[in-house]
Each structure stands twice: as structure tokens, then as C-alpha cells.
Design a binder for this molecule. Sequence first.
Ligand code: DC
Length: 222
Amino acid sequence: MSGKPTIAIDGPAASGKTVVGKELASRLKSRFLDTGNMYRAVTWAALDRNIGLKDEYALQELAETIEIRLVVNSGSDRLLVDSRDVTDLLRRLEIDRGVSDVSAVSGVRRAMVPQQRAVADQGPIVMVGRDIGTVVLPDAKVKVFLMASSQVRAQRRHRENLEKGITTDLRQVSIDLKLRDTQDTERADSPLRPADDALEIDTDSLSVEEVVALIMERVERI
Ligand code: DC
């Protein structure tokens, strides 16, 4: 193909979206946005301000008023909420546990989606999330839906935690992931599901390189 395509990658938690998306963006010299971090940022701000995670009105107001800014560095991207760098706080357990509730609030989504589209309007991008191919960028040239069994995803997340020096219980990780999957799939607004024209990839027995190669094949064919 000529030029770089917009690529939408969706899938459940720990299906490999971020690692695959970053690698694709680096190969295509494209930008990368993990939209999950925006919902995590709203969740962080809600907990920081003692806003109840079931208080839809207050969450909507919060999402409409905070400024979420992504600073792209050569080493690692930083995420700022009202100028405070919260990047290292977004993977905490309390955020993992609260973010599905926050992201299910339509008012929160209405505040986030236009910001995501505005980032995509600035040029080619690899964007990952739950509703990118279905809602945020329905015209994306390449759409991918990554899947993996819940056991494999729990093992991956457990291993990532250990690498970060966080000791977690594999069984608890698995329970938390399943709960988040159910909430993300069953919510009324923009539930997690593959777009009709998405390339669905089961990553259980594939390496990151193999998944990237499958997507690159699709990119080269458009
Ligand atoms: O990909 P992640 O685990 O960082 O996402 C955190 C949560 O945010 C996830 O449970 C669902 C929600 N999310 C969403 O609703 N829509 C997106 N585009 C991205 C994430």
C-alpha cells in the first residue's frame, strides 16, 4: 500500500494489544495511542478526588473538565492529567478494579471519544482499545481483534506484574480479568466486540512477532 494506514486494534484485557500495537507503530513509523490509559486516567482522577465510581453524573463532569495530555518521548510516552504525570500510577490494582465501571459511563465515553478521534485526525496512527474499530474509527483501513484464552491472558498479566516487581496471585489475576471482561463485553454503550470487517487473531500459540506479521500482511494487501 502507499502511505501508512490507520490501524484499529481491539480485544480483551491482556490479549497483547499494547505490545503488538507498539511494535506495529514502530515498524510503520506511525504514532500509537492506548485509549485504555485515558479511561484509567479518569479513574485515577476520580479516586484522587473521592468521587464514587458509581456516581455517573460526577464522573461525566470530571471527564469533561480534566485535561488529559499525552507527551510522546523517544523512550516512553507520559500521560498527564491537568499537568500531573500519572503514568506510573495507572496500572495500580485499585485502577484495574475500578476502570470498567468508569468506562461504562456513557458521559465519560462521550468526553473521551472526540479526543481520540482528534488524535487520529492528526495523521496515521495505531490505536488500541475496546471500541476503536466499531465506534471510534469505524473507517480505519485495517481493523484487528486480538483474542486469547482467559488462562493464557492471566498468565501473561501475572508474568508482566512479576517483571515489574509486583507479586500477584495467579488465581486472583484470573478472577479480576474475567470480571473485567464480563463488564466490558456486557455494558450497554460500546461493548467489546469485533467489528464485522476485523481480522480476528487468536494469539494463544503465537509470538508477538507472528501476530505482527499477520497484521503486516493485511497492511500490505490494502
Ligand atoms: O486496555 P486496558 O486494560 O488499559 O483498558 C482499561 C479499561 O478501559 C477496560 O477495562 C475497558 C476500558 N476501555 C474502554 O472501555 N474503551 C477503550 N477504547 C479502551 C479501554
